[in-house]
Ligand binder design. Structure first.
Ligand code: FAD
Length: 374
């Protein structure tokens, strides 16, 4: 039972955004920056955002050498260039909006670890540098094999290191907390701990069902639910993909700084001050990992632990390497790398399926989502 007052005021909204990850919050920020008089309400099922945005590795990256080369097999050349450009633009918006210092953005560069099987990628460095030079104004990738030993990595497993100075890293927790406070300062309203269980575009507005209990009425709805979209839009092409990450306790003699991609991006690690953050391994068990449930896959954990101890930190006594915290997060993948930014029905738009690139493209995708209605 609801009152007349609840129905006429508290449950009447202008713009509702479902999902308080980087995409939803960036859309909210963008609307308020451009049209401060609009009412914006962000609804999330979690007390905190519970998707990928608070659980990622904080790589501010635009694509490793092998990723760009592989994309050229599945996408037209111009789309590959556009995707790199989107990632650069997204990072630019993020840094300008929140400030580099407040998200602890650090540009130590990025590296791709090339093993025996992937040596053929190195032959294409010049071609890819030429392809991307209009975006960067100089060569993007170069070999830095001398770093394999100075970083203390296993030279038995690593044949080459491909370096790019353009990659950076940030503190994911600080980024999301700053983005939340940025939105609050713009008077964005938040409803947390409340799943949206059904949506219906009724022509002149949208009815938004909260927790199967309350119906809220909105002029426009933006969906930014990423890997969790199929509960709202059952026929969505976006599939969930769980990713595993862990962070070590500080390692006093850690020899490297930067972001690192391995095995075509299926594994990735970085320094976080003197700690190592390592994640990936979904390719070991795609079927189990296509889930929205949080959880640690023991097979993947074991593989990551082996990589940490034998390839990344082989010089350190195994007893000195302590994994302090492990967690998982859910990404959303489309069949292609294209994010689904579309007008779903007259009053509902979606921006879902950001894959493993959301830190980089999320701010731009949020902007594009906002622009479907303003
Ligand atoms: C382990 C891991 C590591 C990653 N590392 C990187 C990286 O280093 N660099 C990079 O660029 N990207 C990385 N990513 C990808 C990046 O985090 C995502 O692409 C990005 O966060 C997606 O943001 P989003 O806002 O679109 O979705 P999400 O952050 O997933 O947010 C979706 C939100 O919608 C809410 N929601 C869903 N359904 C409902 C509902 N029915 N009702 C109410 N609320 C709902 C969820 O609670 C959630 O808060 C990583 C992802 C993972 C999982």
């Amino acid at each position: 039972m609801i009152s007349f007052w609840e129905k006429s005021s508290l449950l009447q909204k202008d713009i509702v955004i479902i999902g308080s990850g980087i995409t939803g919050l960036s859309a909210a920020a963008c609307i308020k920056e451009m049209q401060p008089e609009r009412g914006v309400t962000v609804i999330d099922q979690g007390i905190l955002p519970t998707g990928a945005s608070t659980r990622n590795a904080g790589f501010a990256c635009f694509g490793s050498l092998s990723e760009v080369i592989d994309d050229l097999f599945t996408m037209p050349q111009q789309e590959v260039i556009d995707l790199v450009s989107m990632r650069l633009s997204g990072l630019d918006i993020l840094k300008k909006r929140l400030g580099e210092k407040s998200i602890d953005f650090q540009q130590h560069g990025g590296y791709e670890i090339i093993n025996e099987a992937d040596v053929h990628y190195v032959e294409k460095i010049n071609f890819i540098n030429e392809l991307l030079s209009p975006l960067f104004g100089r060569s993007v990738y170069e070999l830095r094999d001398e770093k394999i030993s100075s970083f203390g990595f296993s030279s038995e497993h690593i044949k080459h290191l491909v370096y790019t100075p353009f990659e950076g890293q940030l503190d994911t927790g600080k980024m999301m907390s700053k983005l939340l406070s940025y939105c609050r300062d713009l008077s964005v309203e938040f409803i947390t701990n409340t799943p949206v269980t059904k949506l219906e575009d009724v022509g002149d507005s949208v009815s938004v069902v909260l927790q199967d209990l309350l119906i809220l009425n909105a002029n426009k709805v933006l969906i930014a639910t990423n890997g969790l979209t199929e509960t709202l839009i059952p026929n969505t092409s976006v599939k969930p993909a769980r990713g595993l990450l862990f962070i070590t306790a500080p390692i006093p003699k850690l020899k490297f700084k930067g972001t690192f991609h391995m095995d075509k991006g299926y594994y990735y690690f970085r320094n976080f001050n003197k700690r190592v953050i390592l994640g990936g391994g979904r390719n070991l068990d795609f079927v189990t990992e296509q889930t929205i449930k949080p959880g640690i896959n023991p097979l993947i954990y074991k593989q990551l632990e082996g990589i940490l101890k034998n390839i990344i930190l082989p010089e350190h006594p195994k007893s000195d390497i302590n994994i302090e915290q492990t967690w998982s997060g859910v990404m959303g993948f489309n069949n292609t790398k294209k994010v689904t930014i579309e007008i779903y029905s007259p009053n509902i738009s979606t921006a879902v399926g950001l894959g493993g690139m959301g830190v980089a493209i999320g701010s731009l995708v949020g902007q594009k989502l906002a622009k479907t209605i303003i």
